[in-house]
Design a protein. Structure first.
Length: 471
């Protein structure tokens, strides 16, 4: 235990329970790591050191008083700065909310605090979360701990960088088009995009309502699948503030139940090529799961291209319609990254009431088609993105002789926002530059437990999380 900050969160909690480590010791170790590395990474918007120390002292007293302890007692975590944490900034990376301090905890934050977790602070995002990299006019650019010339992804990029570098044991991101899974893939950690409503998005900004309620979710990020599972167990559950919420009970697979699941895998979607190392990572994952006892076959469901196009209508088209009026009188406060997104939105065919209704109906039809195909293959294995972490400012890449544009590189994540599937990312491979490459595990709606069980098997076969070279 030479570096406490890289212990898995579940081990931290166990050591606290067994009185081998004190909560204050854990918090101080993380605060020292933040002081050392955050100037280079710029992952944090706000560090709440004083309150974290106070809660650690209270957690320590609880240990020695014999009180019942929660499953994450004493574990230091972080929260994306688009989710309400009472007393901390919740600006979502935009000058329009500069200085906005939350007055309450989002339900998922209350649940984490109730489990004994200690919030260290809140992490950086792109403006209004509309990018797959993390940069804004309030706090600037976040760097990847594997290579500071590259992005840790977005929009949960600050969260991914903090966890990967050992500045946080785990935390919470949000995902409307890959914003948990792409940063997890870029940063060499694990992430879970749940079914909409499985973890309440209440207290998130922008609000998950209208089209965004169909595709946007909040979910856990951590260095190990066991930590994802521990965070998910605490965070999940119905809440009246989330319009997609449903009272779905936890049900973890028993015995060899999970091994009976047939897995279908695809290396590319037939449209957007992926790097050779990404293909290799998917094949490695498929072979690893076969070795672990699963039946794994090549399989790519029909309907993914339609899902991509419909996601683009909801996220880019409708997203631009919702966000553009906010800057009508404040164009000078628009960050370059969001300005670019709004320009892409303007290039889309304008949405009308009729075309939006048609898109909604087509979404339901393609979901039904894909879900029917997933009766045979209830778990899918595929890339998380077409490329590993890219250099700051890059907007296109040449793969297999074809130019892959910025929005297309993340289509492998976007499909499953439109379709509403739960999906996890687990690190599996490396690029020639030594960058992490994650593989995506996709399940049917409300079956997060199966996804995480398969993810745990993959992790067990492919090795533990690697520590980035930032030091």
């Amino acid at each position: 235990m030479s570096d406490l900050t890289f212990l898995p969160a579940v081990e931290m909690a166990r050591h606290v329970l067994e009185k081998k480590i004190s909560p204050l010791e854990l918090v101080e170790a993380h605060l020292r790591k933040i002081e050392k590395l955050n100037p280079r990474l710029n992952a944090f918007v706000q560090v709440d050191a004083e309150r974290a120390r106070k809660r650690a002292q209270e957690a320590e007293r609880a240990v020695f008083s014999g009180q019942a302890l929660g499953s994450l007692h004493g574990v230091p975590i972080t929260i994306k700065s688009s989710i309400e944490v009472a007393g901390l900034l919740c600006e979502a990376g935009t000058r329009l909310r500069a200085g906005f301090v939350s007055r309450r905890d989002a339900p998922l934050v209350s649940r984490l605090l109730g489990s004994g977790a200690i919030v260290l602070g809140v992490t950086n995002t792109p403006e209004l979360l509309m990018a797959w990299e993390t940069d804004n006019l309030l706090y600037g650019r976040t760097n990847n701990p594997w290579d500071s010339e590259r992005t840790p992804g977005g929009s949960s990029g600050g969260e991914a960088a903090a966890i990967a570098a050992g500045m946080s044991a785990g935390g919470v991101g949000s995902d409307g088009g890959g914003s948990i899974r792409v940063p997890a893939h870029f940063s060499g950690i694990c992430g879970l995009k749940p079914t909409p409503g499985r973890i309440p998005s209440t207290g998130h900004y922008p609000t998950s309502a209208g089209p965004f309620a169909l595709i946007g979710v909040v979910g856990p990020m951590a260095r190990t699948v066991a930590d994802l599972k521990a965070l998910f167990e605490v965070m999940q559950g119905a809440d009246d503030g989330d319009t997609c919420s449903a009272p779905v009970p936890l049900r973890w697979p028993e015995g060899d139940e999970v091994r009976r699941l047939h897995i279908g895998y695809f290396e590319d979607d037939g449209r957007t090529p992926v790097t050779p190392e990404t293909r290799a990572a998917v094949r490695t994952a498929a072979d690893a799961l076969r070795h672990s006892g699963f039946a794994v076959d090549p399989f790519r469901p029909e309907g993914l291209e339609e899902a991509r196009l419909l996601w683009r209508m909801f996220f880019v088209g409708a997203g631009g319609m919702l966000l553009r009026p906010m800057f009508q009188e404040r164009k000078c406060d628009l960050s370059p990254v969001l300005k670019e997104f709004l320009e892409w939105s303007l290039a889309e065919t304008p949405l009308t009431g009729e075309s939006l209704l048609d898109a909604w109906l087509r979404r339901d039809a393609v979901r039904a088609r894909v879900f029917e195909q997933m009766r045979e293959y209830p778990i899918l294995l595929c890339p998380a993105a077409a490329i590993p972490a890219f250099r700051h400012g890059e907007r296109s890449w040449t793969i297999e002789g074809k130019t892959v544009q910025y929005l297309d590189a993340w289509s492998y994540a976007e499909f499953f926002n439109l379709l509403g599937n739960p999906a996890a990312v687990v690190p599996v491979g490396r690029s020639p530059e030594g960058l992490p490459i994650g593989v995506q595990i996709v399940g049917r709606p409300w079956e997060e437990e199966r996804v995480l069980a398969v993810a745990a098997s993959l992790e067990a076969e492919c090795g533990a999380c690697k520590i980035p070279p930032i030091g």
